[in-house]
Write a protein that binds this ligand. Sequence first.
Ligand code: SF4
Length: 244
Amino acid sequence: MSGSELAALARELRARAELLDEEEWQALPEAAQQRGPALGAAEMRSEGLTLTRSLEGLAAEVEACRKCPLGAQRIKPAFGVGSPSARVVFVGEGPGYEEDRRGEPFVGKAGQLLDKILASIELSRETVYIANVVKCHPMVDPSDPEKRGNDRPPTPEEMAQCRGYLEAQLDLIAPRALIALGGTAAKCLLATEDGVGRLRGRWHDFRGVPLRVTYHPAALLRDPSHKRDVWEDMKELKRFLEAA
Ligand code: SF4
């Protein structure tokens, strides 16, 4: 199938997205992904060379960080991944089992779903930036890092200790928009106790950057009924980026 045929297929699937069931949602971005990274990815990487060096310096600080107990418990920090000049940054809560081993955010099943969600609005892991509010794996039982199902949300104290790294990342990248993935990230960034259901559907402000809240992909895997809400949030993000 040619590139233009694939693009037409992706457009048609996107138009039908509100009616998709879970299996079709999974299939939708695969068509888009076959087209490769969105245009401009290489240019954005090139423009971001200086910032990349600065982000690399920050990543080295995180590698050595022991400001909170998570630093001594994790295997690898998951600093962040994507374009250093991304127009949108997606922020999750913290690394899990897979991320701890790979040293990269969102690489498990939830990460694969995030890749598909990005592709549905013609974004990719290469053109956005993905990070978490804490860089090291929070575990229920840190004495058994090989145990599955050992993940937990970061505590307010851990998020407070790590927040400076995320703020420095955002200052370097200077995105046009932020997406908080899930309630933990939203609470950390917006200093609120409200849940995703109350926060989504409107733009917020994080240090001058417009921020939108949506469901974490892991929550979507547990409860696919939120799929339509996430799709609405992604359509609004696409509209915002096209107008910005
Ligand atoms: S979670 Fe953040 S503050 Fe805590 S040790 Fe890791 S990098 Fe440092």
